[in-house]
Design a protein around this ligand. Sequence first.
Ligand SMILES: [Ca+2]
Ligand SMILES: [Ca+2]
Ligand SMILES: [Ca+2]
Ligand SMILES: [Ca+2]
Length: 333
Amino acid sequence: MTKQQRISAVIAPVLLLLLALVWVNQRALMEPAPPPAIVQGEGFSIAAGSALAQLGIHPADILGAGGLPLISCQSLGLICDDPETGAQDDLTAFSYGWDFQADGFAQRQFSVSGTSRGLVNTAVRAEAGCSPAEPGGDFFRSNLNGTNAQDLDGDGTACGGNAGYGLGLSEGAAPDSVDAGERDPCQYVDFECDGIPDAPVYFTLAPGSPTLALSEATAADVLVTGFAFVPSIYATAAELGLTSGDAIDALCLYENGNGIYDSDDQILFSLTSASPSLATLGGNGASILAPGPLQVVNRADKLGLLPTDEIDALLCSTRTDVQQLYLPDIQRQ
Ligand SMILES: [Ca+2]
Ligand SMILES: [Ca+2]
Ligand SMILES: [Ca+2]
Ligand SMILES: [Ca+2]
């Protein structure tokens, strides 16, 4: 081996190592920053007929960003699909029983139907003004002050002044519609984060869902499922002050821990706009209601919405003075 060959033998591995380090470093620089915790920490369901449903995602799955199933319909213990009739379960609301915490989020976080328009100068109105209108795959927040802002956008493409982080959903001609929402199940009910719930999940189903017939329930009953539960009724329509034909489409719930619906538990919900009880209450599909006796607790305009709008997913936090100081504006950089 010549002197030159010996020098090369020593230098070549060092050069290769340096090149590898530069490559790794550049890769790290090219990797996009991970989305903020609120994006990773949102659980939701899609409406039947959404673009993702055509791809086999079930309308009763609990999904995370990108439409990834976090808890599948089967893992919720539901029938999911009736092989004889073709009827599908459709999750329309769910809660882990831990709503109303002082967790730094806005008092109300919600999703609306694709035809909702919102009051002027709100984030919902901005989405409604996009072409085509696309408020249905988004999450908005309100502190019950007559307006709303966008937390998360279906596809993350800025529109009408909104620039919320994307959930990885489709918007536009063949959209995904969000019809239920909660936080990340791994933080509340799926402690091993293996897709199998270890604690109860409270939920409602759309009329015609096969699990409703099995549980002798309706779309106005709140059901419970999960660890040590088969799907069963947690709070009956009658206990909630609801009547035949009502359908819950958004739910916040705090369970005091005994697993029975009683006086220490707290429930807020929204009904579908066609629900008969709304007429007698003077409410609408964007009203937030409380049971016992049934009453409107947040009117549509408190949330920056119109009476003709439809709230179809709801998360509730309790706001304290401390939290008011650092409520984050969820914006893309
Ligand atoms: Ca659904
Ligand atoms: Ca949108
Ligand atoms: Ca209870
Ligand atoms: Ca509603």
